[in-house]
Design a protein. Structure first.
Length: 123
C-alpha cells in the first residue's frame, strides 16, 4: 500500500520533470516521518524521505525558504540529520543538509536526487 503511494508520487515527479514542490505535494498521501521511523524496507524509507523533501519544497513554494525553515518539515529534516538516518545515501544526505542551509544548493541537489532515485525507480 505504501509502496503504491510512493510510486504514484514518483510518477508525478517524473511528469513534472523533477519538480518536487506544489504540484507533487497532494501525492504525498502518507506520513513520511512515521514511515522513516518504522520498521520498513530501505526502498520504502527512501520514498518516505523523498516525500518529506516534497513537503518541505511545497512550503518553500508557498512562502519563502526562510519561512519554511521554521516549519515542522524542516525540524523533521534536522532530526534525520542529527540521527544520521541517511548518511549512507550521499544524494539524499546532500539534499537534507542543503535544505537547512541554501535554497539554491537545495534545488541543485534535488535534481541529483531526482536522477539517482526517482528516475531509476521502475513505476
Amino acid at each position: 500500500m505504501v509502496q503504491e503511494k510512493i510510486n504514484r508520487m514518483y510518477e508525478e515527479i517524473k511528469v513534472y520533470q523533477g519538480d518536487f514542490g506544489d504540484p507533487i505535494a497532494p501525492f504525498v498521501t502518507f506520513n513520511p516521518i512515521e514511515i522513516i521511523e518504522s520498521d520498513q524496507p530501505e526502498n520504502i524509507k527512501i520514498g518516505a524521505v523523498i516525500g518529506l523533501l516534497v513537503n518541505f519544497t511545497n512550503e518553500i513554494d508557498n512562502s519563502t525558504f526562510k519561512d519554511a525553515l521554521k516549519n515542522e518539515n524542516a525540524k523533521n529534516i534536522q532530526k534525520l540529520l542529527d540521527n544520521e538516518a541517511f548518511a549512507n545515501f550521499p544524494s539524499i544526505q546532500d539534499c537534507l543538509v542543503s535544505s537547512q542551509v541554501s535554497e539554491d544548493t537545495f534545488y541543485k541537489n534535488l535534481q541529483t536526487l531526482y536522477k539517482n532515485y526517482v528516475c531509476s525507480e521502475q513505476t
